[in-house]
Design a protein around this ligand. Structure first.
Ligand code: F0G
Length: 416
């Protein structure tokens, strides 16, 4: 597997932090009517360009702009996890609603630089949506391969709407991945999966931006959902750079969280990484329904270098975590909630201690998967703890009044 090699910037420590801090303030105001191109500092990816793609010409860069995602702290989520200093980095605030945009801006920039005639990816949905949008912006035809019947509504709708040629493959994600690799090799399309080193380079900026938002104080833990393991690899690369360049002083521990039905990496971790496991994957969190993760080897290295942990959480815990994140007003897609479920599990085991500073990454937007939301709130029997079923009424004020009283009672109970 390839990775990008380029000279690190001359600045170190204080000077480099100052450079990124100045760009962050400068980037927030740009004149879209009069500027010929979006200034690179407006993007939460290109602001860190020395650590992403140092030699990109501004006119080559395909940017929305993306990144600049919020860091949130909600009492409800902290108390559910038992961790006071818990922050959530919400990557669902990216242009297409997931962290994939951070890698895709770099991959499409590179595709444009090499004159690619078409771009392709295999995906559980988010990569496809992001590729479709960035390819549309770059004016390059896009081909996306997704497992038929296993992609959530929001993601499939995005791929179609942004104009990608969408292939519903009879098989699972791992079959799509094999097919995409063959297509890249034999048909000469530019492969924009997370094994593409430009994607990984862009995804490093989730961590860089997080560290900047924390005033360049490293948290004790960074917790993320893990599927194909591209993001785990990217986080390790970012932390490696951040330590080497003196952006931060201590290495956070990385915790990668998988869904129990799709947890080959967790199985390998339990084995001390002696064996590479694969599984036939099944989980409600379709984004991470992956049985043979492509970036396995790099992710192993990251867990080793950061004294990290890999764990699995059952679908019920993922849905409960999601319901808490949603009810706090933040909202995220099911796979994203695996990180919050993971924080709770690690706290209950005593791996994360109550005083630790923990950053959990929410990888995708609440509207990515409306199907599972409606099922959870309207259909599951018995009704889950946080279910909020809609009520059909006649056009009658008395009924509204009764509903209002019931809603007040629920709120008072929750606040107690
Ligand atoms: N969370 C979300 C919302 C995702 O879409 C993905 C991966 C992950 C977490 C896991 O990240 O694969 O780097 O370990 N989605 C890919 C896709 C596979 O095709 O959209 P990972």
């Amino acid at each position: 597997m390839l990775s990008l090699e380029y000279p690190l910037p001359g600045e170190r420590g204080e000077d480099l932090r100052a450079l990124f801090d100045v760009r962050r303030s400068a980037g927030s105001s740009y004149d879209v009517l009069h500027g010929a191109i979006v200034p690179l500092d407006a993007s939460g990816v290109w602001r860190y360009r020395e650590l992403v793609l140092p030699d990109a010409k501004p006119s080559d860069v395909v940017t929305y702009p993306e990144g600049n995602t919020p860091l949130l702290r909600r009492a409800m989520v902290s108390s559910w996890c038992g961790i006071d200093a818990l922050v959530m980095k919400h990557e669902g605030s990216n242009p297409t609603g997931s962290f994939k945009d951070r890698g895709m801006t770099v991959a499409l920039t590179q595709a444009r630089r090499v004159g690619a005639s078409a771009v392709a990816c295999a995906s559980t949905g988010n990569t496809a949506a992001s590729l479709a949008a960035y390819a549309a912006q770059a004016g390059i035809p896009a081909l996306v391969l997704v497992p038929t019947g296993q992609v959530s509504l929001g993601k499939l709708a995005q791929s179609l709407a942004y104009g990608a040629r969408t292939l519903l493959v009879r098989g699972d994600f791992d079959d799509c991945m094999r097919l995409a690799r063959d297509a890249a090799e034999r048909l000469g399309v530019y492969l924009a999966n997370s094994i593409n080193p430009y994607r990984i380079a862009g995804q490093k900026t989730i961590v860089l931006e997080l560290l900047q938002q924390l005033g360049w104080h490293a948290p004790d833990w960074i917790v993320l959902p893990a599927g194909n393991l591209g993001n785990t690899a990217a986080f390790g690369a970012a932390l490696h750079d951040a330590i080497e360049l003196g952006l931060i002083e201590k290495m956070p521990r990385v915790a990668a969280v998988q869904a129990s039905g799709a947890a080959p990496f967790a199985a390998s971790f339990r084995d001390g990484f002696r064996e590479r496991h694969t599984v036939s994957a099944e989980t409600v969190a379709t984004a991470i329904r992956i049985g043979d993760p492509a970036s396995y080897s790099r992710a192993v290295q990251v867990i080793r270098e950061t004294n990290g942990i890999v764990l699995e959480v059952p679908d019920e815990a993922i849905l409960d975590a999601k319901a808490v994140v949603d009810a706090s007003g933040v909202g995220c897609e099911p796979a994203s909630a695996a990180s919050v479920a993971g924080v709770r599990e690690l706290a209950s085991r005593g791996d994360i201690r109550p005083g630790d500073v923990v950053a959990a990454v929410l990888t995708g937007h609440i509207l990515k998967d409306p199907g599972i939301l409606l099922e959870y709130h309207r259909e599951m029997q018995p009704a889950p703890a946080h279910a909020n079923a809609p009520l059909e009424i006649d056009a009658d004020l008395g009924e509204v009044e009764r509903a209002l009283e019931a809603a007040r009672r629920v709120l008072t109970k929750n606040l107690r």
